[in-house]
Design a protein around this ligand. Structure first.
Ligand code: 13P
Length: 250
């Protein structure tokens, strides 16, 4: 069975609530594509206004992070049940920027992944290597380790519904995209790793995105690769170009 493509925007720390509404309204007619799941992962404060603006469209609103506790004395954090109550279906977990600036580790990512599943939220689990790791030739080992830790205690049924985003750190926000062959090599290795941890059926079902300087010019070639099931898009998700990325197959 062919996997359905999933193309998600990661707005990062951009757009005030009123700007978020304007952007959703601008993009709404441009991202209609019945062949693709379309997700806008937005700052926490933008979730509700974006959700209201996206009503009656194919846009699903997601979050960019989530804490792994239910409630309590965790000033500044957002809990899974807050996201569920707001209608959120997807959450980005373990983005390299969160690992670099906010001390996110493979272990905290795993705790968050388990919590997201417990609450019926689909995690978009990020992994990826630095340029040094690529040059050292250890990038596949590194990514396999990130994946194996992120999926500790996750059942096969849960894993089948997960989304993994392969985002080489050297390609994020740099304008330097991985070639489609480089991206396919790693996405294929991630799928093989899932087959090893679980089984072939789980590996066939799980969706693996590529992220890192995806734009209207390179999306079609990347998404044509057999193990690349869509993209996680930063900068280009904040402009009309995102419509072209979502409609890469038209
Ligand atoms: P860019 O598309 O801006 O390179 O960002 C990629 C990314 O980090 C998406 O999560």
């Amino acid at each position: 069975m062919a996997r359905r493509k999933i193309i998600a925007g990661n707005w990062k720390m951009n757009k005030t609530p009123s700007e978020a509404v304007a952007l959703v309204n601008e993009l709404k007619p441009l991202v209609a594509n019945e062949d693709v799941d379309v997700v806008f992962c937005v700052p926490a404060i933008d979730i509700i206004p974006a959700m209201i603006a996206a009503k009656d469209s194919n846009i699903c609103i997601g979050a960019e992070n989530m804490y792994f506790e239910e409630s309590g004395a965790y000033t500044g954090e957002i809990s899974p049940n807050m996201l569920v109550d707001a209608g959120v279906k997807y959450v980005v977990l373990g983005h390299s920027e969160r690992r670099e600036y906010f001390a996110e580790t493979d272990e905290t990512v795993n705790k968050k992944v388990l919590k997201a599943f417990e609450h019926g939220i689909t995690p978009i689990i990020c992994c990826g290597e630095t340029l040094t790791q690529r040059k050292q030739g250890i990038y596949l080992d590194w990514i396999r380790m990130q994946i194996k830790i992120a999926f500790q205690n996750v059942t096969a049924d849960q894993a089948k519904t997960a989304v993994i985003a392969y985002e080489p750190i050297w390609a994020i926000g740099t304008g330097e995209t991985a070639t489609s062959d480089q991206a396919e090599e790693v996405c294929g290795a991630i799928r093989a790793c899932i087959a090893e941890v679980y089984d072939e059926a789980t590996a066939e079902a799980i969706r693996i995105q590529y992220g890192g300087s995806v734009n209207a010019g390179n999306a079609a070639e990347l998404f044509a690769k057999p193990d690349i099931d869509g993209g996680l898009v930063g900068g280009a998700s904040l402009k009309a170009d995102f419509g072209k990325i979502v409609n890469y197959n038209k």
